[in-house]
Design a protein around this ligand. Sequence first.
Ligand code: GUN
Ligand code: ZN
Length: 373
Amino acid sequence: MAVRFELLTTDPTGARAGILHTRRGSFPTPMFMPVATHAAFRHLGTEEVQETGASILLANTYHLMLRPGAEVFKRFGGIHPFMQWDGGILTDSGGFQIFSLPEDRLITEKGAHFRSFHDNSRQLLSPESSIAMQQAINSDIMMVLDVCIDSRTDEAGTREAMERTHRWAVRSLEAKTKHDTGQALFGIVQGGVYPNLRDESSAFLTKLPFDGFAIGGLAVGESKAERETMTARATASLPTDKPRYLMGVGTPTDLIEAVLRGVDMFDCIIPTKMAQQGYAYTFGGLVRISRTAYRLDDTPLDAECDCYVCKRYTRGYLQHLVRGRHHLGSRMLSVHNVRHYQKLMGRIRAGILSGTYDQVARELKAAIATPKD
Ligand code: GUN
Ligand code: ZN
């Protein structure tokens, strides 16, 4: 088994605490995976992210196949030594990216045909080539190539995308099995905002020997209520002994809600994207550091935080950096936000393990909702 999920507790709300055992170590869940799309974090060095306590990062097959390309990863012995990350690495398949490609792409049963935006060369991303690339990258957890569409697509269109996702999932599994490297492979449940399709997708995929299951096709145009309903619908029909990963979600509130619905793993660019826009997450709410009120503020960004930014620098200094558009400002807010997400997952997990997550979730949501501006 390439990964093994050890379920420690399911609390009365349905929230789960567990341990994901991988070939790079055993990591607590629920977990948040910071995003290093191009085998590099936005603004942050590998060491800085390691220091936040993150255990698994997410990288992207689509970007890495175009640059630097498979041969570079083969030459360097895979992504871990290449970027000096010794934790776990999960690669997304490229399924999400191929559907936002420019007009001249062609998506057929075989896969997605498109031209590289670097050198205009012809490219094919198929279930088989995605697996081959993820094997070259040598991530610990691979994802199947899927068909991700806008949530507002009608039922017939959503069914078509879901059925192709299923056929591609079978091909991905066959490609992996033919040349097994010991990497894990997760299936991706699709089905848009249609409960019957979500059920059908889970039923189909859970008959196959995947190491875990992702919930895809969310945070792509649906409402928060639809997202939460579909998350609950998907987790209800997934096996309890495999990890569940909600792709591309979300804000702290989204994570708190999804954990209540039985999700174990998350990734999102929000902590670094918000940092770039001058926002810091705290357990007392969102801080917009450019606010005039912080100009003379000599207190830390978040007195409860143990990141180096909060231990050494003031809100006044951070405001100076952000207002002056110094890269260092985005960088420091990113360090803090990524650390904050790890602390948030720690609090969530402690709540689940002590059987008080219901209350912890309510308190966290109330505190986060406190307006700071
Ligand atoms: N990231 C966010 N949503 C998705 C999805 O539906 N599929 C894939 N492959 N990646 C995603
Ligand atoms: Zn901090």
